[in-house]
Structures are given as structure tokens and as C-alpha cells.
Design a protein around this ligand. Structure first.
Ligand SMILES: Cc1cc2nc3c(=O)[nH]c(=O)nc-3n(C[C@H](O)[C@H](O)[C@H](O)COP(=O)(O)OP(=O)(O)OC[C@H]3O[C@@H](n4cnc5c(N)ncnc54)[C@H](O)[C@@H]3O)c2cc1C
Length: 422
């Protein structure tokens, strides 16, 4: 059981905690502050108290209290269940470089591109964190992308992605660097890792950001669609650090590779001392059993395609799909779809473009019988050239299309096939 306690000898009854408590759980008493059962342990008061008089106390089973302790590490605060990077000492942008299967996830280079842009605006550094087994040599490649430093954790214990173990790595990296911002790819692995790290630091995390910007004071402005894509929400993490965001593949522009590497590579050797990071990682690994480690069969991702022919509810029957498949093949591309066709069971979810599907940025996107709802456009509007075929001249898809063909696609697509085979 955890509870909040106020140390009366430190409390000067300034009332800041009472004003800050979002649950109205605190009130001033004669000599100190009362904490009512409305308290939800959100810890806003512990952070707001200028005298450090409010602590989270974790009780042991025998009822004895273990109080929140502050470490001597500059810029860090830690205690029962939490580690904190202090706002004023946090600087720089950290990118988690996701490594597996012998390569860095392509989203890594896009995160670096965005991190360099943000860092350039406020004069900060960019640090990449690479973790895995035998990652040291591959990590040198990251130095070709303009980052200031690559922090490498190369250990056999990191062979498999075990989320709690990788959380320990990121905690260690954050403790060392104390970044103001941490960017992670919104991959299946990143989506599992980011919330764990955010909880560890009791900090804010904005998932699936589509726009990131930074204010001169280092405050990260995180924008993402909300309420089913009907509004764009702008989110800032005012109090806590690092400010964490995940970003999907193909949303940000990739950093350019430079022929000459720059920046430093630092290999972190984790000590195996009891209670240390490596010991904790080993404890996590002891709880899992690897029963097979053969790689999953590679599935073709629509996110990597240079040409996409996408079909929507304008398709009358799944028997008509081969016609669109032929068009995609003829152009050296792949067939994708809008959400209703996944719901009908005509396509797997991996083929869906949009807010709840994949984000794509191909050279050519041909939308056939797709109305262009905001949730669909969110996943394809950054394509280089968009051609829309729709019989409704007022369809929203024409707002994002570079070229529009108004008409029946059952006449237009066969005509295109004839043209392309000529
Ligand atoms: C939270 C949330 C998340 C969502 N996520 C996604 C997502 O990721 N991806 C997605 O696609 N949708 C998503 N949607 C659904 C989205 O709102 C739309 O309902 C969907 O995109 C519509 O698909 P559509 O354009 O294929 O169908 P419709 O809106 O029904 O459009 C069909 C179009 O086909 C045209 N048409 C019909 N016949 C022909 C013809 N013969 N020739 C030419 N044109 C023809 C019509 O004029 C019409 O414009 C989401 C919705 C919500 C609420």
C-alpha cells in the first residue's frame, strides 16, 4: 500500500500543493496539510511542493513505512516506484534506435531526422540509444546520420526484446543523459516499451504523433489526431521529463546519410553488481522461457511500397479485386484498402491505410472508390502523387488528390490497364 505523507517539520503551509491537487484531496490544517481519501497518488503534490515536504510512502506488509528517498545523482530524483529527471537539468533529444534481425528499424532514421530538426531549433544535442546482442558494429552506421552521440548497450542478455529488460536499459540511458525529449518508433516493440519507460519516470507520453515541434525553452509540442481523427490535439508535457513521444513509420522525413561519420560512439558496460541494471535484466530474463527463435515469415509491408493502388467501398464485390490487383502489378506496386474492406474480411488489417491502419508515403497512390474520410486521408495524404478515381465530384478525396478522375472506376480502371499494357 502506498500513501502520501506530509512532513510537518518541512511544510510551511504555502498551499501550493492544495491548489495543484487535481482531486481536491489536500487541505490546510493548523500546522500542516491533510490528505483525504480522495487522493489518487498522482504525485502532482510531491512535485509541486517547493520544500520537498510531501513524500510517497510505501508500506511493507508488516506496516512499516519505507519513505521516498532522494539520490545524490545530480538532476535525478528517485524513490519508491519512481525515478525522476528534474525539469531544469533535462537537455537534448534522445532517440531509441530499435535493432533486431540484424538491422535498425527504418523508423529510426526518420526519428533521427526529426530529432536533428528539433535539436537545431534549440541548439541541443541528439543522442541515439542502441541496444541488442552484437549491436556495437551496426551502431557505427548511425554516426553517418549527424547525431552527436550513440550510446551502445551490447550484451548477450539483450538478444531478445524482453520489454522489462529493455526498460532497464532505457532507464540507465536516461539516467546518464537526462534528455529533455525521448522519441521512440510506434512499432509493436516501441509501443510496448514506451509506456513502461514513461511510467518508470512518471512522465507524459504521446503516442502516434503526426507533428512534433519545439519551443525555445525546450517544451516539445506534440500533435496527434484525437476523437477518431476529427480533431488534432496539441499536447505538452509541462512538469516532467523526458517528454516522450512515439511516431509511426513514414510519418516523418528520414535523415540523409552522410558519407563521413561524425559524433561519438560510447559503449556502456553494465556492471553485474547486485541490484544493478544487469542483475535486474537477468531477473527479468529468468521469468521467461524461449521456446523457439526462428524469425517470423517476412510479410510485404504496404508502408515500404513505392506505388499503391488502394480500393474502397466503391468496389461492388470481392470478385472484382483481381482487376485492381492487376493494375497494382502493372505499375510495380501493391494493393491496399480502406477500413470497410478489412471489416468485410476482404483484406487483412495489414493492408488498411489510415488512422487505425498503416501510414504510407509512396511515390504514387491511386485511390479507387474511396471517399477520402479524414481517418483514411490521415494515412496517405503525404504521398508524393495522389490520383483519385471517384464518381462523386464532391468526394473529399479530391481535396488531397493531385489529379482527380470523376467517373465510374469500372470503366476507368480497365481503360488504364489497356493503356499500361500498350
Ligand atoms: C476511429 C476511427 C478510425 C478509422 N480508421 C480508418 C482507417 O484507418 N482507414 C480508413 O480507410 N477508414 C478508417 N475509418 C473509417 C472512415 O471514417 C471511413 O468510414 C472509411 O474510410 C470510408 O471508406 P471508403 O472511402 O472506402 O467508403 P465510403 O466512404 O463509403 O466511400 C466509397 C466511395 O466510393 C465511391 N464510388 C462508389 N462506386 C464507385 C464507382 N463505381 N466508381 C468510382 N467511385 C465509386 C463513392 O462515391 C464514395 O465516395 C475510421 C473511422 C473511425 C471512427
Amino acid at each position: 500500500m502506498s500513501r502520501i505523507v506530509v512532513n510537518p517539520s518541512l511544510c510551511d503551509r504555502c498551499g501550493e500543493c492544495v491548489a495543484a491537487c487535481p482531486f481536491g484531496a489536500l487541505s490546510l490544517r493548523n500546522d500542516t496539510v491533510d490528505v483525504s481519501d480522495q487522493c489518487r497518488l498522482c504525485l502532482v503534490c510531491t512535485r509541486r511542493c517547493p520544500r520537498g515536504a510531501i513524500l510517497l510512502v510505501k508500506e511493507k506488509a508488516d506496516g512499516a513505512g519505507v519513505s521516498d528517498v532522494r539520490t545524490g545523482v545530480t538532476g535525478m530524483r528517485s524513490g519508491a516506484n519512481k525515478v525522476e529527471v528534474l525539469r531544469d537539468s533535462a537537455r537534448g533529444i534522445m532517440v531509441f534506435a530499435e535493432y533486431h534481425g540484424g538491422r535498425f528499424e527504418p523508423v529510426t532514421y526518420e526519428l533521427i531526422g526529426k530529432a536533428l530538426e528539433l535539436a537545431g531549433k534549440v541548439g541541443d544535442n541528439v543522442v541515439c540509444v542502441a541496444a541488442g546482442e552484437s549491436v556495437l558494429e551496426p551502431a557505427r552506421e548511425l554516426l553517418h546520420y549527424g547525431v552527436d552521440k550513440v550510446l551502445v548497450y551490447d550484451a548477450p542478455e539483450l538478444r531478445y526484446f524482453v520489454a522489462p529488460a529493455y526498460t532497464e536499459i532505457l532507464e540507465d540511458a536516461i539516467r546518464r543523459v537526462k534528455p529533455g525529449v525521448l522519441l521512440i518508433g510506434a512499432t509493436p516493440l516501441g509501443r510496448s516499451l514506451a509506456p513502461r519507460v514513461a511510467v518508470r519516470f512518471r512522465t507524459g507520453l504521446t503516442a502516434d504523433c503526426t507533428i512534433l515541434d519545439i519551443r525555445p525553452d525546450g517544451e516539445l509540442v506534440q500533435t496527434r489526431p484525437a476523437f477518431g481523427g476529427n480533431i488534432m490535439a496539441t499536447i505538452v508535457t509541462r512538469e516532467t521529463r523526458p517528454q516522450m513521444a512515439t511516431v509511426r513509420y513514414k510519418v516523418m522525413k528520414r535523415a540523409e546519410r552522410r558519407p563521413v561519420p561524425s559524433g561519438d560512439l560510447e559503449e556502456v558496460t553494465l556492471s553485474g553488481s547486485p541490484g544493478g541494471t544487469l542483475a535486474r535484466i537477468r531477473e527479468h530474463l529468468n521469468r521467461i522461457k524461449v521456446i523457439s527463435d526462428s524469425p517470423l515469415p517476412k510479410t510485404e509491408s504496404i508502408a515500404d511500397a513505392e506505388v499503391i493502388v488502394a480500393v474502397g467501398r466503391g468496389v461492388r464485390s470481392d470478385k472484382d479485386l483481381p482487376m485492381f490487383e492487376r493494375l497494382a502489378e502493372r505499375l510495380g506496386g501493391v494493393l491496399a484498402c480502406s477500413r470497410p474492406l478489412v471489416e468485410k474480411g476482404w483484406f487483412p488489417a495489414s493492408r488498411q491505410v489510415g488512422l487505425s491502419g498503416r501510414t504510407v508515403r509512396p511515390k504514387l497512390y491511386i485511390a479507387c472508390g474511396i471517399s477520402g474520410a479524414i481517418q483514411h486521408a490521415a494515412g496517405m495524404s503525404e504521398s508524393e502523387v495522389i490520383i483519385a478515381i471517384n464518381q462523386d465530384r464532391n468526394a473529399q478525396i479530391f481535396d488531397v488528390a493531385h489529379y482527380g478522375i470523376v467517373g465510374d472506376m469500372y470503366e476507368i480502371v480497365p481503360e488504364l490497364l489497356r493503356l499500361f499494357s500498350a
